[in-house]
Design a protein around this ligand. Sequence first.
Ligand SMILES: C[S@@+](CC[C@H](N)C(=O)[O-])C[C@H]1O[C@@H](n2cnc3c(N)ncnc32)[C@H](O)[C@@H]1O
Length: 345
Amino acid sequence: MYTEKIIKSEIYKIKNDIRLDFFLKKIIYGKNGYYYSKKPIGRKNDFITAPEISQIFGEIIGLYLFYFWKTKINNKFNLIELGPGNGTLFLDIINSTSKYPAFLSDAKIKLIEINKELKKIQKKNLNKNLLLKIKWSKKINFGSSFPTVIYSNEFFDCFPIRQFLFKDAWYEKYVSLNREENRLFFKNRIVKENKLLNILEKYKDNRVYEISAERNKYFNKLCKFINKNGGIIFTVDYGYLNKINNFTLQGIQNHKFSSVLENLGEKDISSHVNFTDLVNIAKNNKLKIEEFCTQREFLIKYGILERKKTLSKLNNQKSLNQEIERLIGKKNMGNLFKVLVVSNL
Ligand SMILES: C[S@@+](CC[C@H](N)C(=O)[O-])C[C@H]1O[C@@H](n2cnc3c(N)ncnc32)[C@H](O)[C@@H]1O
């Protein structure tokens, strides 16, 4: 409610409307914004993520990262997770690599987290591993010269986006305020800037286009860092290649889709990641594309079905089948989620 008041008073006092990405930045990252202080992840909260569905997700990622480190680095290195949520993915990485203790003992571990409530949860969940020295930070220290392994799940979907719609001309989405009803609404403003119109030209047939300059800038910084230090970026997120036919911005509260313009700061707001942009940024930074495929393809290639057989001797068969289906089912996360791995070693 606090975030809603701030936004409304800002539009009311200063401007008629606010560009979508600036609006999103305030409701996601502003003081009292969703990622500033809410506890979003889990069955009792707003949404559930792959590491929370099954331990196998994090085990496979852990072994993949271990193998990369062993064959290409095998020395002291930075191990960085972006947006660790409840810390579950990292816990599964710790468990799956415990047979190879040199991996974590050589790691300078850094968890990048802006949410102070999630940081508390991560500390509590990871405290059991007292031998590990873990540091937290809101930002990466790009000054380090060690080779670096960076990984994330559902991190890049959080970044603010701009949205464009083609009708008789190109329009950009803004958020405005109906003063009489004290209600926010989307408003389209015609795009006049030539540089932007040139970019939009090739999306005319699709009629919609989204871009996240902040996400691309962040990823570009990571790529430059890896190019300089050596290492790998491993990222999983829901997303698409190049073009979309519908807008992808979504609000999720209590596991249900919910309007982006209501209960500001109280729900998760995210959008699908344009993986073509990320691939191009990696290539521009001379990084190799190690993997670029669906989550389904990645998890099958790296042994989810074999691991399922082993676990089925210990676990309830029905719930194990359901978990695996959620991770790799074509109508579940399997095709929507993509895995992108880039490196320079
Ligand atoms: C959708 S959650 C995913 C959490 C976890 N990776 C998982 O898979 O369960 C996004 C995470 O990224 C964090 N986050 C979002 N934007 C961030 C940013 N710009 N810098 C640091 N952390 C961020 C959130 O606080 C949260 O921990």
